[in-house]
Design a protein around this ligand. Structure first.
Ligand code: PLP
Length: 418
C-alpha cells in the first residue's frame, strides 16, 4: 500500500472499519500519540469507573465490596477477558501483580518442573536484547537457587537454535522486541525448545493487544505480559499470567501467598495451593488500579485481533514508506523488520541524534519515545491511531530534521524516564 498524499490518508480514514473505536479514548487535542506501546491512552470510560470504584465501592461499600463488588474474583474475570487476545482458553489466565513479578513466578515454576524431570538442566536461555527486567529477574532467580543455575544470552534470534541444548531448562523469550519491534515465531521456537527437552516462557508485553497471539496453538508453556501498554489499562496496572493447562497442577511458585491458598480465610498455617488459576496469585491485589484494566479490555471486546492486525500493518507500512520517501536525505536507518511476519505494531528508526530528535517531536505534539542507543520508537495502536496522523507525524519529523530544530540545547537535557 502506498498513499503518498494527505488526501489519500484522509480517504483511508473514512474507509477504516475501526474508525469509530477512537471515540472511546480521551486523547488531548494537538497530540499525535505514538507511544501506546509504553503507556496506552485512557479509555473514556475509565474516569467514571475510577470515580465509582473510589466513591461507591470503596467509600460506601467498604470491606463488604470484596464480596459485593466482585473484587475477590476480579483477577480471574479480567484474565478471561485477556485470554481470547492471546489464544488462551477460559480460566487459564489471571491478571495480577507486575510483569517482573509474574516472570519470577513462572520461571521458578518452569525450573522446578525441569528439576523433577532432569536435574542436569540448569540453564535459562534468552536474548541479550531482551527487556532488561526480564534478564534481571532471571539473574535474581539463578542467584537465589545457586546450585549451578545460570542465564545464557544470545546476541540474535539466529543464535537461539545453537544455544538450546541438553543443559537448557527454559527458553525465555519476548515475543515482540521492545526496541526493534521484531516479532519471533512462537510456534517454531517452542517446537525447537520442546524437541530439545526445554520449556518456554513467553513475554507478551509488546504483543498483547498489538498482534494476534496463539498460546495454546503454539504449544507454549508459560506466558506473562503487561496491561498498561497496548491493552490501555492505565499507568502501572497489573499484569497477566498464563500457564499451559497441562502444567497447571505442577505449578509451584516461591511467592506462595495467601491469595493462592486453597482456603485463604481458613488462616491455615500450612500453604496449600488452590486448584486452578488462582494459584498464580500471591497476595491482596491493587483493586483501584485493576478495575481500570476492564475499561481497556471492554474496547477489545468490540473488535478482534485480526482486524486490528490488518490496520496495524497498514499503519506501520505507511509510516515506513512515508519516512523513507519524505525524510530520505536524513540519516535515518530502519531497525524494524520490513517482513510482516517479523514485525510487531511499532516502528523504530536509528538516528545519530535520536534523543534530541524525539524531544523536538514531543514538543511539537508528536509523542513517541527514545531507547538507547540512538533509537526513536513509534508505537501504532490501531484502536485510535489514524492514517492522517501517520502523515502528519512524518511531516513533523521531516520539518524537525530539515530545520535542524533538534540541535537546540533544550532538546538535549535528559529526564528520568525517556
Ligand atoms: C514493559 C515491559 C516490562 C515491564 O515490566 P514491569 O514489571 O511492568 O515493569 C517487562 N518486560 C517487557 C518485555 C516489557 O516490554
Amino acid at each position: 500500500m502506498t498513499a503518498l498524499t494527505r488526501e489519500q490518508c484522509l480517504l483511508l480514514d473514512q474507509q477504516d472499519p475501526l474508525r469509530a473505536l477512537r471515540d472511546q479514548f480521551a486523547l488531548p487535542d494537538g497530540v499525535i500519540y505514538l507511544d501506546g506501546n509504553s503507556l496506552g491512552a485512557r479509555p473514556r470510560a475509565a474516569a467514571a469507573r475510577a470515580a465509582e470504584v473510589v466513591s461507591e465501592e470503596w467509600g460506601t461499600g467498604l470491606i463488604r465490596s470484596w464480596n459485593t463488588a466482585g473484587w475477590f474474583e476480579l483477577p480471574q474475570r479480567l484474565g478471561n477477558m485477556v485470554a481470547p487476545l492471546v489464544g488462551a482458553g477460559e480460566n487459564e489466565v489471571v491478571v495480577t501483580d507486575t510483569t517482573s513479578i509474574n516472570l519470577f513466578k513462572v520461571l521458578a515454576a518452569a525450573v522446578r518442573v525441569q528439576a523433577a524431570r532432569d536435574p542436569s538442566r540448569k540453564v535459562i536461555v534468552s536474548e541479550a536484547s531482551n527487556f532488561p527486567t526480564d534478564l534481571y529477574i532471571a539473574q535474581g532467580l539463578a542467584d537465589l537457587l545457586q546450585q549451578g543455575y545460570s542465564l545464557h544470552l544470545v546476541n540474535s534470534p539466529d543464535e537461539i537454535e545453537a544455544a538450546v541444548g541438553a543443559d537448557t531448562a527454559v527458553l525465555m523469550l519476548t515475543h515482540v522486541n521492545y526496541k526493534s519491534g521484531e516479532m519471533l515465531d512462537m510456534a517454531a521456537l517452542t517446537e525447537l525448545a520442546h524437541a530439545r527437552g526445554a520449556l518456554t516462557v513467553w513475554d507478551l508485553c509488546h504483543s498483547a493487544g498489538a498482534v494476534p497471539v496463539a498460546l495454546n496453538a503454539s504449544k507454549a508453556d508459560y506466558a506473562i505480559g503487561c496491561t498498561y501498554k497496548y491493552l490501555n489499562g492505565g499507568p502501572g496496572s497489573p499484569a497477566f499470567v498464563w500457564v499451559a493447562p497441562a502444567l497447571r497442577d505442577a505449578f509451584w511458585q516461591p511467592l506462595s501467598g495467601w491469595w493462592g491458598h486453597a482456603a485463604p480465610f481458613a488462616m491455615d498455617p500450612q500453604y496449600r495451593p488452590v486448584d486452578g488459576v488462582r494459584r498464580f496469585l500471591c497476595g491482596t491485589q491493587p483493586i483501584t488500579s485493576m478495575a481500570m484494566v476492564e475499561c481497556g479490555l471492554d474496547v477489545f471486546a468490540q473488535t478482534d485481533m485480526s482486524a486490528l492486525r490488518t490496520k496495524s500493518l497498514q499503519l506501520t507500512d505507511l509510516f515506513i514508506a512515508l519516512v523513507e520517501e519524505r525524510c530520505r536525505h536524513h540519516p535515518l536507518t530502519l531497525v524494524t523488520p520490513r517482513e510482516h511476519a517479523r514485525r510487531g505494531s511499532q516502528v523504530s528508526f536509528e538516528h545519530p541524534q535520536g534523543y534530541a530528535v524525539m524531544q523536538a517531536l514531543i514538543e511539537r505534539g508528536v509523542i513517541g519515545d527514545y531507547r538507547e542507543p540512538r533509537i526513536i520508537r513509534f508505537g501504532f495502536t490501531p484502536l485510535y491511531t489514524s492514517f492522517t496522523e501517520v502523515w502528519d507525524a512524518v511531516e513533523t519529523l521531516r520539518d524537525v530534521l530539515d530545520t535542524e530544530t533538534y540541535r537546540d540545547a533544550r532538546f538535549h537535557a535528559r529526564g528520568a524516564v525517556t
